[in-house]
Structure formats: structure tokens, C-alpha cells
Design a protein around this ligand. Structure first.
Ligand code: TXA
Ligand code: MG
Length: 330
């Protein structure tokens, strides 16, 4: 069942809360992407999330809360730097990894001693979380490895039948997932770049953060691609995008192009061309919809160039690199 934007009133929220209490699954909008939610304290409900997504149980989920005042129920200890970030960025696209408390189901944390928590900035998510009162474990509402959903239509296209209720809150405003910060130790680090920029985190903390290379593939061929459309994604330098697209189209591919704004007026001999917006927030908001569109238009190969890793560009570049996956072994 889908509840449309105009119909999300307190009765619709109450029905969704009933589904969560009954061990069911509720897809809901957040400012980043749509989440596939279950009661984080109910191991059997959380197991249904993994099943619906086709996700290996060792990949932990984020616990969503209505406010930072609920943190004490889910984590063992809130270090001062984590409290500072929560106060500055919640509700918002920031996830904190902390030592877990007793209430989290081990299904949620994938057996880890840490738990990821966040307070999303979307009125529907906050209404659902407040009415529910507990934590909602929610990964992005897509099949494992594929492109995250930024509209309710995207959720239905992939997970219809596996979800009890889809709350349609319209298109997501940020469009890439939350930034994940490991706040378990003294040295904070970014585990996944996302909607809160590194620059903003460092300004709030007054010190630099470590940035592990999340796109680094240690065992070639072992890591499936992630955030990936059906079409293969090929990344090149910005000034090589057109030449690479035309070469691949000439050799028989149906090529989709994410065309950097500097080349907007160029004629490109390719199957489908998306002219990228110049602003990073607009690019982030549309990125996943662009990838889905190129799939739908029948492309089997997408040529793109990762933007500079500043601000939201870091999150976009990370998703494109993950979508491109490991290079084939030589
Ligand atoms: O914006 C978002 O974060 C969205 C919305 C729905 O909130 N959620 C999301 O969830 O992107 P998901 O499951 O697609 O990605 C969660 C990531 C995974 O890469 C997972 O490995 C990591 O969070 N994660 C969860 N718990 C963790 C933990 N205890 N330690 C390290 N990483 C963790
Ligand atoms: Mg995901």
C-alpha cells in the first residue's frame, strides 16, 4: 500500500506505526534517500529487511531516531565530540557510529559491538519516528548493490510486494546517503562521504578528520559494485568523456553520458545524454534518478567523470566510483 503525499496524516502515520509494531516493513522518505524500515529492537523484523533487499546479514543497518535525547537507549556511551556533532547536524544527513547499547538487536548491527545512528531531517520520517517512539532500522530501500531510491516510485519499482506500506513524501532533497562518521574512538574518521560535507564537519569540530579510501579495492574481483545501475559505468577525466562515449558507441554499445556542464553545448554521438547541473547540491539530488533514467533508456554503458572531491562532490565521486566497481583483473 502506498500513502501519497497529501494523504500522510496522523491516521496514516498510526497505521505505519502499527505495521512496525507488528514486525512489518515500512518504506519512508528521508532527506537523503528512501529507507526500508523495521523495528530495530525486533530481530525477526530486521531479518525481513535483509531478505527483502537480498542483503548479506553481515552488513549492518542504521538505527533512525526521533531525536538525540533517545541516544542513551541505543548506545553505551556518547563521547563529547559525538554529542557536539549530533547537536550541530541533527536532524540531518549525518550518521554516527558509536559503541552499541543493550537494546539494539544483533541482526541490526550485523553482530558488531558498534551501532550506526542518525536523526533524519524529513517531516514524514520525524512524524513516524516520534509516533513510533523506538528506533527504526532502515537501509536504503533498494535491492542490495543497486541504485538508492529518491522517490516512492523508485521504491515500488524494486521492492513492491516486499514492503507493507510505502509512505510517499515526494522526491528526496539531498539525494545521496548520509555521511557516516566513526565516533567510537578519539580520532574521528569518515567511513562514507555523504550529505554533510567534510568541510562542515571539520569546521564544527575545529580539527581535521581522517578520510579512509572507501573506494580502495583490496581484493580485486571480490567486491561487487554498489550503488550501481544495470549499465556498466566507465569513469574518465572530464575532457575525455565525449571521446570515450563516442568510441564506445562506435564499437556497438548503447552509451549513456553524464555530460559535465563545461561541455553542455557539445554534440555527442551517443544513445542518451544527460547534461549535468553545475551546482553540486542539484547534481547530488538528481544523481540516482539520472542513473535510473539511463538504464530505462536502454543504455548498456554509462560514461561519466567523478567531480572534484570537495563538498558534496566527494559523495558524488564516491558513488560513481563504487558504481563503476573494481577494475577487471589484468
Ligand atoms: O542516508 C542514509 O544513511 C540512508 C537513509 C535511509 O537513512 N540509509 C542508508 O543505509 O544509506 P544503508 O544500509 O544503505 O547504508 C548503511 C551503511 C552501510 O554501508 C553499513 O555498512 C554502514 O552504514 N554501517 C551500519 N552500521 C555500521 C557500524 N556499526 N559500523 C560501521 N558501518 C556501519
Ligand atoms: Mg544502501
Amino acid at each position: 500500500m502506498t500513502v501519497r503525499p497529501g494523504d500522510i496524516d496522523s491516521a496514516a502515520i498510526d497505521r505505519a506505526v502499527g505495521v512496525l509494531h507488528g514486525g512489518g516493513l515500512v518504506a519512508f522518505p528521508t532527506e537523503t534517500v528512501y529507507g526500508l524500515g523495521a523495528n530495530a529492537a525486533d530481530g525477526a523484523a530486521v531479518a525481513r529487511v535483509f531478505q527483502a533487499k537480498g542483503r548479506p546479514p553481515s552488513h549492518p543497518l542504521i538505527v533512525h531516531l526521533a531525536g538525540a535525547e533517545q541516544l542513551g537507549d541505543w548506545v553505551a556511551h556518547v563521547p563529547a565530540h559525538a554529542r557536539l556533532l549530533a547537536e550541530r547536524f541533527w536532524p540531518g544527513p549525518l550518521t554516527l557510529v558509536l559503541r552499541r547499547g543493550g537494546r539494539v538487536s544483533l541482526e541490526t548491527t550485523g553482530g558488531l559491538e558498534t551501532v550506526a545512528v542518525r536523526v533524519p531531517a524529513h517531516p514524514v520520517a520525524l512524524a513516524l519516528l516520534s509516533a513510533f517512539g523506538g528506533g527504526i532500522a532502515a537501509p536504503s530501500a533498494n535491492r542490495f548493490g543497486s541504485v538508492s531510491p529518491t522517490t516512492a516510485g523508485h521504491v515500488r519499482a524494486e521492492l513492491d510486494g516486499a514492503v507493507d506500506v510505502v509512505l510517499d513524501g515526494g522526491p528526496c532533497s539531498v539525494g545521496v546517503e548520509s555521511t557516516i562518521v566513526d565516533a567510537t574512538g578519539e580520532a574521528l574518521s569518515i567511513l562514507r562521504p555523504g550529505g554533510v560535507t567534510r568541510e562542515d564537519l571539520e569546521a564544527a569540530l575545529g580539527r581535521p578528520l581522517a578520510v579512509p579510501a572507501t573506494s580502495h579495492i583490496r581484493v580485486p574481483g571480490q567486491h561487487p559494485s554498489h550503488y550501481a545501475p544495470r549499465a556498466r559505468v566507465v569513469l574518465v577525466e572530464p575532457d575525455k568523456v565525449i571521446a570515450e562515449a563516442e568510441r564506445a558507441q562506435g564499437s556497438g554499445h548503447q552509451v549513456g553520458v553524464l555530460l559535465p556542464p563545461a561541455f553542455a553545448d557539445a554534440e555527442v554521438k551517443a544513445h542518451a545524454v544527460v547534461e549535468l547541473p553545475a551546482s553540486m547540491p542539484a547534481y547530488a539530488r538528481e544523481l540516482y534518478a539520472f542513473l535510473r533514467e539511463l538504464d530505462q533508456r536502454g543504455c548498456d554503458l554509462i560514461v561519466a567523470s567523478p567531480p572534484a572531491e570537495r563538498g558534496l562532490g566527494a559523495a558524488i565521486a564516491n558513488r560513481l566510483r563504487r558504481a563503476a566497481g573494481p577494475r577487471p583483473a589484468m
